[in-house]
Ligand binder design. Sequence first.
Ligand code: ADP
Ligand code: MG
Length: 225
Amino acid sequence: MTAPSLSLQDAVLTYPDGDHTLTALDRVSLDVAPGELVAVVGPSGSGKSSLLAVAATLRRPDTGRVVVAGRDTGAMGAKERTALRRERIGIVFQQPNLLPSLTAEEQVLAVAHLRGASVRAARARAAELLESVGLDAAKRRRRPHQLSGGERQRVNIARALFGGPAVLLVDEPTSALDHERGERVVELLAEVTRRHRTATVLVTHDRGLLGRADRVLTMRDGRLG
Ligand code: ADP
Ligand code: MG
């Protein structure tokens, strides 16, 4: 079997909760291979976003291991973890957090500047990625308020792919969309997963969208099964 691009091993995450602690992740283990789309479903408050935060190295688990692209993130300092996140992890949040004043192409390029890529190469790559998620030349010049919710989510996905991530983490991308648009975004994520060979984790509460996933796991009270 191919080595997983993302591996969580017995991850435990707690939050302080008055005099107690709340266990958001209860010994969660998960391996995702390159080119595999894993869907995680579960009720609100079951720990889905916590799972993504830990996988994204945005939160350190209390115990357990998080291995991204073969690298154990537990031993890393903050700087090293930030670099790994920037280079190897694509994150798509629920609400496309796009900057209102930038065009679709500039949203993707804004990430490029952080990376110090050459402007011309970055522009070509941004255009190609936006094209591949279904935004033509005219739409690439629009600002977020001139795009539909589904199109904004496409920009968000193109931006997450810019660095060539090994791991793609997607949190309820369809919650602001109607069912049909939501379905098309999930189809796009399935395509992107194959084409870019990302290990993709898609969190959703919409069971109707699970047909495109390679595996469906359920989160309940911090346990993944
Ligand atoms: P989901 O995404 O499935 O709705 P979350 O991972 O957001 O679930 O939350 C899991 C549990 O952790 C919930 O009980 C939630 O209230 C709690 N929680 C989430 N984030 C925090 C936080 N920053 N501080 C304290 N408790 C939190
Ligand atoms: Mg959530």
